[in-house]
Design a protein. Structure first.
Length: 333
């Protein structure tokens, strides 16, 4: 190969190498600039919440993940909502989003946590892991999913002096904007609640809920700050409790709350394994046998056999069967 040809090839290699170094340098500078800009915007966003009575703090905030990810890391997270009288403190936060898909964020939050309300309620929690992902849309959140493993909580009410302990093997929560509405689904497996005046020996159960709140899509992206159920309406697609071995109870139907917190709705109640439910409750709550016999006989007559399906109406908290037979009353929230 002629000397001129070798010099030409060598020049191209050096040009390519310089171009690669330049691209890496520009990308690196752009990443760190974006990280500093995001950090500045994070503090601006947290500071802007003070006007709404919310003080949020991300201790030792910094962005990491170079070169292909970018995420916010905090050694401690705390929130103080003065308007609603709620304060919360958590452990460290780790988040990450791919540079090429910044709208999809995955984050982890460590315990322990402490939540307090102005009504004297205190909730202390620990967990093995809490992992969540969210998809952003514009300036808000379009959907999110959270999974909590081995959750243990101690609930204390200074107003009543009662203490409860809650534990769950796994808790899974999903939120999604559905037009103007908010879809919410939750499943809690191997859950148990003890303490207070609760009966002893309550078995662990699996509960699930699938609910739509009408006109509440803004709750997930922060544009709707009214978290109260007063005046809210929606539909329960499924609300169930499963004790295993076929012992299942479920509820579904549309509902609404009045401005003073009274419930209205048209519900369908389904119960599987009536006799098994009766036997389980008899062992937990002594002396309830006669009442359970009456209830089981009535439900069996309505559904037939060992299962029951009953439609009922709730009018301003009063539970009516057949449209006019009152069987109980639900207090306002």
């Amino acid at each position: 190969m002629a000397a001129s040809s070798r010099r030409s090839v060598s020049g191209k290699i050096w040009f390519l190498a310089a171009l690669i170094v330049l691209v890496i340098g520009v990308y690196t500078g752009g990443w760190f600039y974006a990280a500093s800009l995001l950090k500045e915007r994070t503090f601006t966003l947290l500071g802007s919440q003070e006007k709404a009575g919310v003080i949020a703090e991300c201790t030792d905030a910094e962005y990491r993940g170079y070169p292909f990810r970018i995420g916010l890391f905090c050694s401690k997270v705390s929130v103080d909502d003065r308007n609603n009288g709620v304060s919360a403190a958590f452990g460290s936060l780790r988040s990450a989003a791919q540079v090429y898909a910044p709208q999809h964020v995955v984050w982890e939050l460590d315990g322990p946590s402490e939540i307090r309300t102005s009504h004297g309620l205190s909730i202390s929690s620990e967990w093995e892991s809490m992992v969540s992902s969210l998809t952003a849309k514009g300036r808000g959140v379009e959907r999110s999913s959270t999974v909590i493993s081995a959750l243990q909580s101690a609930i204390v009410s200074s107003a009543t002096g009662q203490t409860f302990n809650f534990a769950a093997g796994e808790t899974e929560m999903h939120l999604r904007q559905n037009g103007a509405d908010l879809d919410a689904a939750m499943t809690v497996t191997n859950a148990s609640l003890t303490g207070g005046n609760l009966p002893q020996g309550l078995p662990a159960l699996t509960t699930s809920a699938d609910v739509t709140l009408t006109g509440k899509a803004g709750l997930i992206d922060g544009s709707d700050r009214n978290v109260s159920l007063y005046g809210a309406e929606g539909e329960i697609r499924n609300l169930s409790a499963d004790l295993g071995e076929g012992r299942l109870i479920s509820l579904s139907g549309p509902f609404s709350f009045t401005a003073d917190g009274r419930l209205n709705g048209k519900m369908k109640l389904r119960v599987e394994k009536l006799e098994a439910w009766k036997q389980s409750l008899e062992t937990i709550i002594p002396g309830i046998g006669p009442m359970l016999n009456n209830a089981t006989n009535m439900l069996s007559a309505l559904g037939g056999g060992d299962r029951a399906s009953i439609d009922f109406t709730i009018k301003n908290g009063k539970v009516l069967v057949g449209g006019f037979i009152a069987i109980g009353e639900i207090p306002p929230i």
